[in-house]
Design a protein around this ligand. Sequence first.
Ligand code: ZN
Length: 269
Amino acid sequence: MRYIEPHAHMVSRTTDDYTKMTLAGCAAVCEPAFWAGFDRSSADGFYDYFCQLTEHEPKRAAKFGLPHFSWLCINPKESEDVKLAEDVIALIPKFLDRSNVLGIGEIGLNKNSRNEMRVLEMHVDLAARHNQLILVHTPHLEDKLKGTRLILDVIKNHKNVRPERVIIDHVEEHTAKLVLDSGMWAGMTLYPESKCSPPRAVDMVEVYGNERVWMNCACDWGVSDPLAVPKTALEMKKRGHTAEAIDKVVFQNPLKFLSQCPKFKIPGV
Ligand SMILES: [Zn+2]
């Protein structure tokens, strides 16, 4: 089996995880910028993080034969401080030409607050001005439906963003259709127990189809599973999905979306 891991926070993971992912057939890994588990005290903290995502982590991944790509932003959890967000967003253009940067992400909302909305709009505008792909995080639990609607509206209202260049991750049963109907891509972010489990993700593929969807593990410093995508592929196999249908969801679809950025290249593909 081959697969692309389109959303994994590898700076939080051990080298064992890189080995396991490679053994499981991972052909490339993409790492969106996110919350470190604590709030950074200044834009300098983000400058160092962006260097880690664009210089250090690709070298670490290369030792395991894995091409590594990244996305840049200030995550929604730290977006409450608008001045900090402005300072961080001002740093991003210098990094956009780096060879492993695919776009702006994971942006979005956490608590659906007014300040988060403002920072989301700033990010969408930044992506539009620099012709970047967009990767979005949606809030969890009771805020998810409302947050997803707000995010879709912000993106749809920007005349220079094409929906097929946006992926909304963390979709669930009640938001997948909304996202797909908007023309954007839907990402199923897999968790070992809570939120979207592998069986629930396969249910969604069976209900909503396999066009414009991808799966990702979003493994980070919390309870998460770097092998969630191949485990979901196995769940598809158990249910009788063909090898071709599985390859489409875990390899060809992310390849299609990510290849909209000319920098996304996997050796031999
Ligand atoms: Zn994430």
